[in-house]
Design a protein around this ligand. Structure first.
Ligand code: ZN
Length: 688
């Protein structure tokens, strides 16, 4: 399973479970400088904003670890063509054709045609095919079929993917309906109930003409009667028809379908193997290589068990057919890869908090009878992504929980991580997007957020995750499910309030986690702004707040606003017709958070359903329609791209005369189109 990023990220909004881990230290000035020299945002096209992520901590790794990552990253890049082909059987030919036009077209490269063609190609690259990566609908090209055909005659024929004996016009005949006819291959994955989901889906997991009924029958017949540990049948093969018209599986393995690409992946896994962290990790690689060679799904489960057990290795990776969202029947897995290593800075930060867990419990404003006598903090599982490949590139997940096999999860558990540097990149990119300029009240507050925002945001998330959820206790006899539907909102509010209360504490300065007693104000401001106003951009006009995290933020922000109203602790003020959050008394706001924390803990400890219901219904659900309209209109004018994806860094190996790697360096400057063209040139086993 992957955890996608919520559609829109507001500056400094932390999401439960997704710990952001920038390399912030006690010195905020350093963070700001680093943020300025590294550009998180890159080009925008169609509905896409390209971002870059920083592989924080790579330089500090040993040569052995760097070499390991280098070879794994090579393996991760070799699967790119597989995904294009899985997403649609014309995708590779279309990509090659468009790339030839992009690099070798000798007509007017400043024309509307060429601009539209470039945008279309960028979208095809981004989605690994001609369908939208999220919505699954086919792209509408902004140029005509006639212009496309004419342009094909203006590139050297040798650059085009012409089949044997095929003329340029025949290639145009072949591709035109696929690109231009809205009725042909309209959806990559069709989920409409009542239609033949295989015949109407353009994905390439079943050969043309195979019906849903046939495929379902094929797998029903092969399903073992009562297997307590069933393999994930069909996950690594394409269903085809043999010479007798019978269905058969062609397995994706070395020597089988996609074998040319898989050979390169295996070669690089074997090159990486000597540099693995431990014999256990080498065993993981051995099993994976065996799966690539045999396609055997029992071996795959064995690999998965060894992989999830290996929690000690610093470097870790996923590099196989993994998620089945791309198959309308939910069986066939798309190829994906991510290479990563433990985020040591985040781990150290949360270790400090966890070590003092009892102090935080003892000093909280909660009534003594609701406190734990013995509390244990949790250290965060945050990783740093080093490279993204296949179905995790360029659009990616910010959290991963694998493996997917039900019985393996049931009997052996799973590995769940959050990808800190990607979350961090989303946050950093959000800073320059105009949200702060539009919604933050004045320059002084903006400066405060700029200086301390990210560091305190990370800390708030750490406090929420490492201490908040684990604090407090139920009174004897309280049923943990008493709060029913309000339970998760109350629980998130409790963890958030614990974080808000303590992010302002002198204890954090003492631990070296915040630089001073000013820093927390950035978190207070962005939290109130988000809860009272900016999170509303994710809600359609006329709707109410449904999602638990959003409800909890609304409850905290509105409760504090209402209860401090008479003393004007927080105000909503109008300037030139626009509403702004104004915080007059940060210390009083902290006391309000403390009061609410005590009350929410009481509700939880006593199982006070009625109080939970009132809190949620009074503060967490309804929206002031006038303020909502205003926020939506202000947001609309910022023209932010709803979808984001990442450009990978470039890893360069320095080698001795005998080929041994003596160093690995990182480069973050490669433009999006150059990266895509380079990948097509250097990592294409299926298109040559
Ligand atoms: Zn939480």
């Amino acid at each position: 399973m992957k955890h996608p990023l919520a559609a829109m990220m507001i500056a400094s909004a932390s999401f439960c479970g997704f710990t952001s881990a920038s390399a912030q230290k006690a010195e905020p000035a350093a963070t700001v400088t680093a943020a300025q020299s590294f550009k998180y945002t890159d080009e925008q096209f169609a509905d896409i904003q390209m971002l870059r992520y920083k592989v924080e901590g790579f330089e500090q790794l040993t040569l052995k670890q760097k070499t390991f990552i280098y070879y794994l990253s090579e393996a991760a890049l070799w699967g790119r063509d597989i995904l294009f082909d899985q997403n649609g059987r014309y995708n590779l030919r279309i990509r090659q054709t468009l790339e030839a036009l992009y690099t070798d077209y000798d007509g007017d490269r400043g024309s509307d045609f060429f601009r539209a063609l470039s945008t279309y190609l960028k979208r095809v690259w981004f989605s690994s095919g001609i369908h939208h990566h999220y919505g699954c609908e086919k792209f509408e090209p902004g140029f005509s079929a006639a212009d496309f055909r004419a342009a094909l005659h203006r590139v050297p024929a040798a650059k085009l993917p012409l089949a044997a004996g095929q003329s340029v016009d025949q290639l145009a005949d072949e591709l035109e309906p696929v690109i231009f006819d809205p009725k042909v291959m309209a959806m990559r994955v069709n989920q409409k109930d009542g239609e033949d989901l295989i015949l109407t889906s353009a994905c390439n997991y079943y050969a043309p003409g195979i019906t849903q009924a046939e495929a379902e029958q094929f797998y029903a017949e092969r399903k073992p009667a009562a297997d307590p540990r069933p393999v994930m049948m069909g996950m690594n093969s394409r269903v085809e028809r043999d010479e007798f018209g019978q269905l058969t599986e062609r397995v994706w393995r070395v020597g089988g379908l996609y074998g040319e690409a898989l050979e390169h992946i295996v070669e690089n896994l074997l090159k990486a193997r000597p540099f693995a962290d431990s014999p256990e990790q080498q065993k993981v690689i051995d099993l994976l290589v065996e799966v690539y060679r045999t396609g055997d799904l029992r071996t795959f489960d064995e690999y998965a068990i060894h992989w999830l057990r290996d929690t000690e290795s610093l470097v870790d990776f996923v590099c196989y057919f993994t998620e089945s969202y791309g198959d309308p029947l939910g069986m066939k897995a798309s190829w994906e890869a991510i290479v990563n290593f433990k985020d040591l800075v985040a781990t150290e930060r949360t270790r400090k908090l966890a070590a003092d867990a009892q102090w935080f419990e003892d000093h909280s404003p909660v009534a003594p009878q609701f406190k734990k006598e013995k509390v244990k903090g949790v250290s965060a599982k945050v990783i740093t992504a080093a490279i993204l490949g296949g179905d995790l590139y360029p659009s990616t997940a910010i959290g991963i929980n694998l493996p997917n096999s039900d019985w393996v999860r049931r009997e052996h558990g799973s590995k769940s991580v959050t990808i800190g540097n990607l979350t961090d990149a989303y946050n950093k990119a959000a800073h320059g997007n105009g949200m702060d300029r539009e919604f933050v009240i004045d320059d002084a507050t903006r400066k405060l957020i700029e200086t301390y925002g990210d560091a305190c945001d990370d800390l708030h998330t750490d406090l929420h995750e490492c201490l908040g959820h684990g604090s407090g206790k139920l009174l004897p006899g309280t049923d943990p499910d008493t709060l029913k539907a309000y339970g998760s909102t109350i629980e998130e509010a409790r963890a958030d309030l614990f974080g808000l209360y303590y992010v302002a504490d002198a204890k954090l300065v003492e631990l070296g986690l915040t630089p001073n007693l000013e820093a927390y104000k950035s978190q207070y401001y962005t939290y109130m702004l988000n809860g009272l106003m900016t999170q509303l951009v994710r809600i359609k006009p006329g709707s109410t707040i449904e999602e638990a995290h959003m409800r909890n933020r609304a409850i905290i922000a509105r409760w504090a606003y209402e209860h401090g109203k008479d003393r004007k602790v927080v105000e909503l003020v109008k300037k030139k017709g626009k509403t702004y959050v104004k915080i007059n008394d940060y210390e009083a706001l902290r006391n309000l958070f403390g009061q609410l924390l005590a009350e929410v803990q009481r509700i939880k400890s006593e199982g006070d359903y009625e109080a939970a219901r009132r809190l949620v219904e009074d503060y967490g659900v309804k929206i002031d329609p006038e303020l909502h309209r205003e926020v939506l209109a202000r947001y609309e004018r910022l023209h932010l791209s709803p979808y984001k994806g990442f450009i990978n860094p470039v890893y360069r190996a320095e080698r001795a005369a005998d080929g041994t790697i003596t160093g690995v360096t990182l480069d973050y400057t490669e433009p999006y189109d150059q990266q895509m063209l380079r990948y097509s040139r250097d990592y294409s086993a299926l298109t040559r």
